[in-house]
Write a protein that binds this ligand. Structure first.
Ligand SMILES: [Zn+2]
Length: 1027
């Protein structure tokens, strides 16, 4: 999933043993227990979820996370010992004496016999003269309502919750039991786009992996009207436990291992009014008439809102989908259409081919709409791009890009895309940027549609999203993470590939700078205490915790780590390892260690040893360099921004430290590498070396501090010859020194010293980094109402960059890199009121409106032109008119950003309430509106008030923990820097309780405000002197 598209630039565990079971969840080792949970929340396990194997005396344990076992520990002895530890941990809530894992007393799998069988059983026991045994069993065996026999003398009886109808629900964990495996779903859906409801029938074929008396699966907001088991004439009762979105069917007799079962469920539901599940969407066609459609968005946990299913990524199955529609609509699903049948009602039923591959439920998708498409055949796959009929002409670029990239990935991964068709569909109202459903990728219109006349920068955005989603067809769809804690295996890879595939296939799109910006962003997020490891070993179970995994660390740090690994390994090893990984695990699920093992097997280096230090602990290292002649000492520590100075960790990383020096500094062949494994190490260089620059091209995920002397020699070198370092290395120095200033290791004076070189800078990467850093300092001072400093900051910016700003051309520009640079320069110039800029922008805008929009504004300049125009009341109104009439999505979005940048309080309030309402401004755009307003002086307090006032309505639209909510919290609070605001934010969120107080983004917001406070305390005096 691509969570957002509006800002493209925008436990020490030294040695963790190999996960003992590497196979997919079901195929080879059914006798496992899922213990990958926080031990304190460890619920009582059911006997039928554990298989005791007396023959081999082994009790296999899956996914123990931090307690994973070594190979040599796989014997019964150590397993029992380890499980014993688990019991100690949970002994406060469960009496350990009844443990079924107790070595001396293996579990008694007590079934629930009928009364007659019970009598016979007792009789036999008596006959074999085992009176004592009978006395032991019989009086102790009582029967619960759900037919589970428990020994009343032992309090092992799990406490089951109550179902909706008051009966006990036969399962008490948020994760499903592993005793039943779905094999195939046969789905029939009948949506009604008038009443906005649908009915469905789901026939699930499954096999039993362990003897069990229940089938538990997911269902949310579905009314089950009928349920039958095996023979369709026999109805069964379905129990529902709503808090965990589960339903269950209980049986008196065991379903036996290996048995094949069929559960048929008929149900009805409303089409969702939010953005997930099977939801309704609408748009106005060119005549102004409202057209409705229905589409799906299931990732991460909303397939259960469209059909009852085993809605966890490891429960892969095949799917056959049928959808009923009215004539005049088309339907789409993952697979090609097989046939259409006319029903007696006059409705048509489309049936799709059964999926030939096993897939996770979150990748299922279907759409009912009146879309049209264009199509092309690429290596035996029919690639189509669908849109509303009015926008068909905007689909060509996406088709070209998807065709090229499909061919690229097919070749690169050595595995052909496995389906016969690939649809890319632009949905008028869609929350995420895009979603990689297998064979049916869905997009926001702004992420897929682009006019032929649009600028290369607009096309860059489309190419990015298409490249990301296509990469998922391998990383995510073909090979899927076993659980959401390893989401980075999907998203880190898709993010990595979106940049690297485009750098290879579309070098003119200049993705190198964008990827560098992404790594800087990931470092910023990961420097907070509230960050998390890329591969999370702590609990990720609730829907909120799962949603929160979709964040910058998972996507952007994941991608950054892959880049670092790729540039560290010998040529070709990364690719070979990935091909091996995809081939070995195709069709199944993996954990992070499976990836490292595949990469280790094709080379000499132990990838696992190095990468565990990067994926299992949060944060990243700061490498401090000190030099005495030829001896260079490198020291590593956790780069942790902390407001109280009390937080220290002993985290260590295996850092592939790269460096260049003054004799050879810009060509890739100059790069040398040194692995820093310990806290400190010494590197020897020639005495004649004048300076060293570490982290060549900033491909490593760490920050470097050169000490006063080291910085001084680098600054001198840059002042002498700017080209002595690559533009990415110059950007890296700028980024690092600002980060060190935030950490309190360098003064702001040193930051300004380095920036002095930048008056000669003309390259995009270092300039965009410098301007983005200065702009965030400027905004902090502005919000803090330090008006004198704000004015002096402006003078400083004009002094360093004013000339470059004024020299920018306002005509058409072909180079993407130059477009990026001039849009950043001019947006800053105009937003700070530089006359030359605002005059030019206003003139272009007036020309555009006076010519009835026939004299176009270059695409990369639209945002600055529109935003400047929006500051005048009259032009704001004409922009509003243009917003309602334009069909070009990228232009429309830029107009909306401009409208939202107004400083007029009434307009601000109107846009916010209209956005929340939906309609003229779609609700999907609310996070963009909020982040734009938060940057402005007038908007930032109004928007914070709005979020507080309307929190409940906002979380109705955007679920707690979701990316839009993370974005809203971040943009509304990240510029506060006073104690009053800190207390206010703290007070507001802590009162929310289950409506959001536990979110990681709230912790992040509070940390950020404290750090802003600290930065102000430290740097205001310096700024007053030096600016
Ligand atoms: Zn994705």
């Amino acid at each position: 999933m691509e969570p957002h598209t509006h800002t493209l630039l925008n436990m020490c565990r030294a040695s963790l043993p190999r996960n003992m079971i590497e196979n997919s969840m079901f195929e080879e080792e059914p006798d496992v227990v899922d213990l990958a949970k926080d031990s304190t929340a460890f619920p009582a396990l059911e006997p039928d979820e554990v298989v005791y194997e007396p023959r081999s005396s082994r009790l296999l344990v899956r996914g123990l996370g931090e307690n994973d076992l070594d190979d040599e520990e796989e014997d019964y002895e150590s397993s029992a010992r380890l499980l014993g530890m688990s019991f100690i941990n949970r002994s406060s809530t469960h009496n350990p004496s009844s443990s079924p894992y107790n070595r001396q007393a293996p579990p008694r799998l007590c079934s629930c016999p009928s009364a007659r069988m019970l009598v016979v059983g007792v009789f036999i026991l008596v006959l074999v003269a085992s009176m004592a045994m009978a006395l032991y069993f019989l009086p102790g065996c009582t029967f619960t309502k759900v037919g589970v026999c428990a020994n009343s003398s032992t309090p092992m009886e799990p406490s089951y919750p109550n179902s909706t109808n008051g009966e006990l629900f036969p399962w008490n964990e948020i994760r499903l039991p592993a005793s039943v495996r779905p094999v195939n779903y046969d789905l029939s859906l009948t949506p009604n786009l008038t009443s906005m409801t649908f009915t469905g029938r789901t026939v699930i074929n499954m096999t039993i992996l362990h003897d069990t008396k229940r089938i538990v699966l997911h269902s949310s907001e579905l009314i089950i009207t009928k349920a039958t088991f095996q023979d369709k004439s026999v109805e069964v009762k379905v129990l529902e436990y709503k808090p965990w979105q589960q339903i269950a069917v209980s049986f008196l007799e065991d379903l036996k291992v290996g048995q094949v079962c069929v559960l048929t469920l008929d149900y009805a539901a409303n089409l969702s009014h939010t953005y997930d599940g099977f939801y309704n969407s609408s748009y106005n066609d060119k005549t102004g008439a409202k057209r409705v459609l229905a589409a799906t968005q299931f990732e991460p946990q909303a397939a259960r809102k469209a059909f009852p299913c085993f809605d966890e990524p490891a429960f892969k199955a095949t799917f056959l989908v049928r959808i009923t529609r009215e004539p005049g609509y088309i339907t789409l699903s993952n697979m090609p259409q097989a046939k259409t049948t006319t029903l007696p009602s006059g409705l048509l039923e489309d049936e799709f081919e059964q999926t030939g591959v096993n897939m996770s439920t979150y990748l299922v998708a279907f759409i009912v709409a009146n879309f049209t498409s264009i199509t092309r055949n690429v290596s035996n796959t029919l690639v189509s791009v669908y849109s509303v009929p009015e926008k068909k002409e905007h689909t060509h670029y996406a088709l070209d890009t998807a065709s090229t990239l499909l061919h690229f990935y097919n070749t690169f991964f050595h595995i052909d895309y496995p389906l016969r068709k690939l649809d890319l569909v632009a949905i008028p109202d869609f929350l995420a940027g895009a979603m990689e459903n297998w064979g049916l990728i869905t997009f926001r219109e702004t992420s897929l549609l682009v006019g032929n006349q649009s600028s290369p920068l607009d096309k860059q955005l489309i190419a990015n999203v298409v490249a990301h989603e296509l990469a998922h067809q391998w990383f995510g769809n073909l090979v899927t993470m076993r659980w959401w804690n390893d989401l980075w295996l999907n998203e880190g890879f898709a993010t990595y590939w979106q940049y690297t595939s485009l750098m290879t296939e579309f070098p003119q799109l200049d993705l190198g700078n964008v990827f560098l910006g992404v790594r800087f962003k990931a470092l910023a997020k990961d420097s907070l205490n509230s960050s998390h490891p890329v591969s999370v070993s702590s609990q990720v179970t609730t829907p909120e915790q799962v949603s929160e995994m979709f964040d910058s660390v998972t996507y952007e740090k994941g991608a950054s780590l892959l880049l670092m690994l790729k540039t560290t390994l010998p040529d070709g090893q990364f690719r070979k390892g990935l091909i091996k990984y995809l081939d070995k695990y195709r069709g199944s699920n993996t954990v992070t260690e499976d990836l490292w093992n595949s990469l280790t097997q094709v080379g000499q280096e132990s990838v696992s040893d190095m990468m565990r230090t990067w994926t299992l602990q949060n944060g990243f290292p700061l490498v401090t360099v000190s030099r005495k002649g030829g001896h260079v000492t490198l020291t590593q520590e956790h780069f942790l921004l902390s407001a109280d100075n009390a937080t220290h960790t002993s985290n260590l990383w295996h850092i592939p430290v790269t460096y260049v020096n003054d004799s050879c500094s810009s060509a890739p062949s100059c790069r040398q590498i040194f692995t820093l494994r310990n806290k400190t190490a010494t590197l020897n260089v020639s005495d004649s070396v004048k300076w060293l620059k570490f982290n060549y091209m900033n491909t490593g995920f760490y920050i470097v501090h050169y000490g006063d002397e080291g910085w001084a020699t680098l600054i001198d070198a840059l002042k002498t010859d700017i080209n002595t370092l690559t533009p990415h290395d110059r950007a890296s120095l700028i980024h690092n020194i600002f980060a060190l200033s935030r950490l309190g290791r360098v003064s702001f004076r040193q930051v300004l010293n380095l920036l002095d070189y930048a008056t000669n800078e003309t390259e995009t990467a270092p300039l965009t980094e410098a301007l983005s850093q200065l702009s965030s300092v400027y905004r902090l001072l502005d919000k803090r109402q330090e008006q004198r400093l704000v004015a002096r900051m402006k003078v400083y910016i004009w002094g360093h960059f004013g000339q470059l700003m004024d020299s920018q051309d306002w005509g058409e520009e072909e180079s993407v890199s130059k477009q990026e640079l001039r849009s950043v320069l001019l947006e800053m110039a105009c937003s700070l009121g530089r006359q030359n800029c605002t005059d030019q922008a206003t003139a272009l805008f007036d020309q555009w409106t006076n010519s009835n929009q026939t004299k176009p504004i270059p695409g990369d300049l639209q945002r600055v032109v529109f935003s400047t125009a929006a500051q005048s009341d009259l032009r704001w109104l004409s922009l509003m008119e243009a917003y309602s009439s334009t069909t070009y999505d990228s232009e429309k979005r830029k107009i909306l950003q401009a409208l939202a940048s107004t400083q007029d309080p009434q307009s601000i309030v109107w846009i916010l309430s209209t956005g929340l309402e939906g309609g003229i401004i779609q609700t999907q755009e609310l996070p963009l509106v909020i982040s734009t307003m938060s940057d402005g002086f007038a908007g930032h307090l109004l928007v914070w008030d709005f979020v507080k006032e309307n929190w409940d309505r906002i979380i109705e639209k955007f679920p707690v923990g979701s990316y839009p909510i993370q974005s809203i919290i971040k943009s509304t609070t990240s510029q506060f820097s006073t104690q009053t605001h800190l207390e206010e934010v703290q007070g507001f969120f802590s009162n929310l309780k289950e409506r959001g107080s536990q979110m990681r983004s709230v912790q992040e917001a509070l940390e950020t405000i404290r750090l802003n406070q600290l930065w102000m305390d430290r740097n205001l005096p310096t700024l007053r002197i030096w600016l």
